[in-house]
Structures are given as C-alpha cells and as structure tokens.
Design a protein around this ligand. Structure first.
Ligand SMILES: C[S@@+](CC[C@H](N)C(=O)[O-])C[C@H]1O[C@@H](n2cnc3c(N)ncnc32)[C@H](O)[C@@H]1O
Length: 180
C-alpha cells in the first residue's frame, strides 16, 4: 500500500510538471498570435550572415527588429557596427533574455529592447529594419513601413515576402527592400 501511494505521488508530480510546461507553451504561442505577429522562432544562425550581407550595415545605421525575440539580430547588427540597435518584443521573458544577452556581450550601450507591440511604435527614426515575422503579418507591416519609414530606408526580411514592395535583391529566403 505504501509503495502504491509513493507511485501515485510520482504520477501526480509528473502530471503537474507536464501541465506547467503545457500551459507555459500555450501562453507563449497565444501572446504573439493575439498581438498579430509570429510566435518565437529565432532566425536560423546560417541566415544571420546573409541578412547582414544584404543589410550592408553602416556606422550611421539605426537598426530596428520588429519582434526581436532573443535579440540575436540586434546583437549581430551591433557587432557589425550599427550606431544603435532597437528591438520591440511583446513577450517579457524574451525581453529579459535578450537584455541579458546584450549585457553578456558588453553591448548594452548599443542595444535597446522595449516590451512593446511593434504595431504601436513609431519606426520613423530607423533607416534599417531587420525582420523575421509571419506570413499573415507581412501586409500590415508593409503598410506601416510604407507610412512611417524615411525614403531610402532598407528592410531585410527573412522568410516571408511583402505583398506589394518589390525586392531589390534576394539570397535564398532573405530579401532586401528599399523604401521608395
Ligand atoms: C519569428 S520570431 C523572430 C525573433 C527574432 N526577430 C529573430 O529573428 O530571431 C517573431 C517574434 O516576434 C514577436 N512578436 C510577435 N508579435 C509581436 C508584436 N505585435 N510586437 C512585438 N513583438 C511581437 C514574437 O514574440 C517573436 O519573438
């Protein structure tokens, strides 16, 4: 009987741990989806040098990542010499993680990450947007960038296309756009 209760105890603890992680994953999928963006998937490491090549980062560049995840693109841009890299990220755990990553790379003075929805922020002060979002968000993002970005600003998008803008250059699944 005693071993029976021990076994039940282990099964109960296992079920609680499982429920905890299932609930956490559900929240992590729901928050960005309800915010009109993609769930968190980091840009694959092999795509980062391609994005940087198309971005051709200059020391005057103010870079923005709309949905900055763990901050890997912001860090890559800062290391490539951008003046400032700014990220907006809706999930607080990713904001915390990316700020910690920036600090561990001694790049906190070059990187700012805000816990905001990118739909609600003004992007007119950036001249280079790095983007890895989801197909259904691309139309709205294109319209926002068309309204707010200065003429000549570059957008380097991994994964999904804008419906109207014509890409200047494409490498694999990464596209360079220039705001006209
Ligand atoms: C596909 S991931 C890309 C992460 C990062 N940019 C990268 O390339 O590694 C998309 C990110 O956008 C965030 N996101 C989705 N909707 C958002 C919104 N409305 N405002 C800010 N961040 C959002 C998600 O939480 C997720 O981290």
């Amino acid at each position: 009987m005693f071993f029976y209760y021990i076994l039940l105890g282990f099964i109960g603890i296992g079920a609680l741990i499982y429920l905890f992680f299932a609930a956490r994953d559900l929240i992590r999928i729901s928050i960005p989806t309800f915010a009109g963006g993609g769930i968190y998937v980091g840009t694959p490491v092999e795509a980062i040098p391609i994005m940087l090549e198309l971005a051709n980062i200059q020391p005057t560049d103010i870079v923005m990542d709309l949905g900055s995840g763990d901050g890997r693109l912001l860090i890559a841009a800062a290391k490539a010499g951008a003046k400032k890299s700014i990220g907006y990220e809706i999930q607080h755990w990713l904001v915390k993680q990316s700020r910690e990553l920036a600090e561990s790379e001694h790049l906190s003075d070059k990187i700012e990450i805000y816990p905001d929805s990118f739909w609600h922020v003004d992007v007119s002060n950036t001249n280079l947007v790095l983007l890895y979002q989801i197909s259904y968000a691309m139309k709205g993002i294109e319209e926002k960038l068309q309204k707010e970005l200065p003429v000549g600003a570059r957008v380097v998008a991994n994964g999904f296309k804008f419906p109207k803008w014509k890409e200047e250059k494409t490498i694999g699944n990464v596209r360079l756009y220039i705001k006209k």
